[in-house]
Design a protein. Sequence first.
Length: 203
Amino acid sequence: MTLKTRGPQSVAVIAKAMDVTAEAVRQQMARLHADGLVDSESRSAGRGRPTQIWFLTEAGHARFPDTHAEMTVQMIGAVRQVFGEEGVDKLIQVREAAMLGSYREAMRGANSLKGRLERLAEVRSAEGYMAELRKDGADFLFIENHCPICSAAKACMGFCRSELELFNKVLGDEVVVEREEHILTGARRCAYRVRKRGPAARS
């Protein structure tokens, strides 16, 4: 979980985050490495000995849920075969509309942008996205450390476009949401910059 949510880490950093000894972490990494779930590389930060940095392998990432992946991909293929791309687009639109209604209901009473983002993180985490919110200067970073529909998104990029549009709609016209990191392009997570729209942009 630490490697999934925080990315590649050294034994010392993992030990501090988990409040255990470095030796306990080394033993755990050895077991996970033997199972093919983690790997490591040496990184140099100037003088001194290189630091061993551990990260999840593809098999390690696969241990986190990908909701009904095989069946979902098969269903997308069937819809595409029977109804064409228009049918797939319609499926995505219906899904987006249903999620928009559900998310807006969850945000009822959250008047600030921070409050709405916190509610959104709660909802998305419950759906398996392992979402978190961070402040970044005047902006917010909305981070999803896992994608439970990754297989479906690979089969149809429309799901990713739809979710970005969904975030923009549910957070309101006064903000702009931009994707900065994307799991499908090789990033370890999806990250969205959320900023308030300036006067020029509104006009």
